[in-house]
Design a protein around this ligand. Structure first.
Ligand code: B12
Length: 232
């Protein structure tokens, strides 16, 4: 029974179906239970929370990631799946403390000062939440000093910085310098992303890593959490 429902959760995440009213990638699924109904059923029948997270949600996002890499899925498909995972995680939040499943880490994320682009940052946030991180999104066009303040107060494990303009890339370096000046640089791992930035640029400005997209960011975070370099 537990295996069947986990398989159904997995299938429905891949189909991007949050509730029974959603149509999946394949037609004809409307009316069948979606991820939220299935998770409620699983929790009511005592299925292990870590089983739902690891074998239902996380495993299915790996499949979605592969489909995205193979260009079988596009951004809207990936977002639908990530939203299904996010909705499922929200339902399980009250059970997480009891189950001993710990969040993988806390992430603060922001688009730097002067830059209004937020779509990519939002996708990365959804995917990170789906992968089991607590994410606090500071928004876009965020003042450097507000980022410094948030790092001081929130004590995150990771800081994600996004920039889409060549003119705002430099602000990432300013942010790292401001964290240094405030004695906070070694308290947080910094990962940068956005179309104009690169691995090389990350190294140049003293960031810990670079994420090309949300899935890549997850593997970079996992490598850094394990004490490895961002790209082993
Ligand atoms: C949508 C858009 C806008 C929207 C933004 C709306 C919003 N709410 O975000 C609006 C209309 C506001 C806008 C404004 C401007 N834009 Co604009 N915009 C775009 C556009 C078309 C798409 C960007 C996007 O959302 N891509 C989709 C997302 C999913 O991709 P992404 O952002 O790259 O994110 C992925 C990765 O980069 C990575 N990632 C991103 N952030 C992070 C963070 C971390 C921590 C990690 C790990 C990974 C990561 O993961 C994401 C998911 O895969 C691009 C062109 C393009 N094709 O990219 C131009 C573009 C970025 N804009 C551009 C410009 C010039 C402007 C304006 C200056 C235009 C103007 N003259 O007013 C203004 C600047 C406003 C400002 N101060 O920021 C240029 C930048 C050129 C440059 N080299 O600097 C581009 C490239 C268009 C072009 N070809 O000229 N823009």
């Amino acid at each position: 029974m537990s295996g069947d429902i986990i398989e159904l959760i997995k299938e429905n995440v891949i189909q991007g179906r949050v509730t029974r009213d959603d149509e999946g990638i394949e037609e004809g699924t409307i009316g069948q239970p979606g991820v939220t109904e299935l998770i409620k059923e699983a929790l009511a029948s005592g299925v292990d929370v870590s089983d739902i997270i690891n074998n239902g949600l996380t495993a299915s996002m790996k499949v979605v990631g592969q489909k995205f890499e193979n260009e079988e899925y596009y951004i809207p498909d990936m977002l639908a799946s990530a939203e299904a995972v996010g909705a499922g995680m929200q339902l399980m939040e009250p059970y997480l403390a009891q189950s001993g499943v710990k969040p993988k880490g806390k992430v603060l994320i922001a688009t730097v000062k002067g830059d209004l682009h937020e779509i990519g940052k939002n996708i990365v946030s959804i995917l990170l939440r789906g992968a089991g991180y607590i994410v606090k999104d500071l928004g876009n066009d965020v003042e450097t000093q507000d980022i410094v303040k948030a790092v001081r107060e929130e004590k995150p494990d990771f800081l994600g910085l996004s920039a889409l303009l060549t003119s705002t890339m430099v602000t990432m370096e300013d942010t790292i310098k401001a964290l240094e000046e405030n004695g906070l640089r070694d308290k947080v791992k910094i990962i940068i992303g956005g179309a104009p930035v690169s691995e090389e640029f990350a190294r140049e400005i003293g960031a810990d890593g670079y994420g090309a997209d949300g899935f890549h960011a997850i593997s970079v975070f996992e490598n850094l959490s394990a004490g490895n370099s961002a790209t082993p």
